[in-house]
Design a protein around this ligand. Sequence first.
Ligand code: FAD
Ligand code: SF4
Length: 398
Amino acid sequence: MSATTSHKKAKALKPGSRRPAKELCSECGLCDTYYIHYVKEACAFIHQQIAELETQAHGRSRDLDNENDLYFGVYQEMITAQKKEPIAGAQWTGIVSAIACKMLTEGLVEGVVCVQNSENDRFQPKPIIATTTEEILGARVNKPTLSPNLSVLEQIEQSGMKRLLVIGVGCQIQALREVEDKLGLEKLYVLGTPCVDNVTREGLQKFLDTTSDSPDTVVAYEFMQDFRVHFKHEDGRVEKVPFFGLKTNQLKDVFAPSCMTCFDYVNSLADLVVGYMGSPFGWQWIVVRNDTGKEMLDLVQDQLKTQPVMSKGNRKQAVQNSIPAYDKGVTLPMWAAKLMGVVIEKVGPQGLEYARFSIDSHFTRNYLYVKRNYPEKLDAHVPSYAKKIVSQYQLPDN
Ligand code: FAD
Ligand code: SF4
């Protein structure tokens, strides 16, 4: 039986048309393909099913009584790492691109789903199935915008590929896990990154225009562990803007509604996750979730410097203080914001505690957003681990 006839199909939606998840759509790409047939089960914003899919992907769902599981999901191993020779122009040291290249050259996979940028706009995502290392390297660095990575799914089936690596963020990977057995593959590898506070292309422009001193020359940015946004510019300059100085009142609506209702910051369903937030500044944070993830990481061990994960400080009061500050859209004068950034960097949470700080502050904010805007979705949409995390804090009544 041919793989193309083994599942049901429906007509893909036209670009720009309203998606089943309406304003909560994160443009993951599924609805650009005939796999839209499965949208009611697969869409992360229509049918939250992280615990069930964890069991499918990793053999168990996370243990809510184990603190690391509760926060970071099912895992076998967590480490801190850097590429000994960083890949120039990568978001961090290029561990994601290095793993993908090695999987292709070693013949583990025939193709890699990743996202390049369009020719005339460095931030406009262009998902591809890469079949050469040049194409993988052409996708390095974050496209800090919603990206329809799954829009290439039909091409996978048509190409006849049997072994595939998909690189993606949480909402893309949730939908992918639901349709994975319909892709006609023998083996799927999933390499995830954490993701939070993503924006549409227009939202990105507003963020750059209100925050950077030179929006047109920004090539990449990241919300860093030193409580500053680092903007990398074309000429190599790094501009640093303290979180506490962001114009929160103007930026409140900039994040996509999908990201304001997301509780899968740590990409729970990927085999291997590569981020930075659980590691000291300058290092990447790696979470191996299952044997497939271990197989992927082992391929590049000789290219990495590693150290154990660490944790320092106590985030709780800072998170509690962030709740009303965000709500009121407080912006500090720049001198005070810089001072606050310096103090927090010295005494504030580090390593895994910084990751927990970031998860707590985003989950409390998002919980309130869902409660206020989609009260009918609150119970089913918020996973039980997120409810437990949020319950540690005092939230406003309405
Ligand atoms: P590189 O080797 O540069 O490769 C980057 C890979 O990411 C490429 O393969 C590309 O295909 C893929 N990619 C780029 N943009 C997108 C996109 N929009 N959607 C899906 N895939 C994409 N990590 C944290 O620890 N904390 C965070 O808060 C955090 N926020 C993030 C927000 C966004 C929007 C994104 C895309 C990533 C975020 N990350 C976060 C992950 C982190 O920024 C790095 O991507 C990760 O550490 C890998 O770095 P690298 O140098 O190994 O990647
Ligand atoms: Fe479709 Fe993905 Fe949008 Fe959900 S998030 S409606 S699956 S494109």
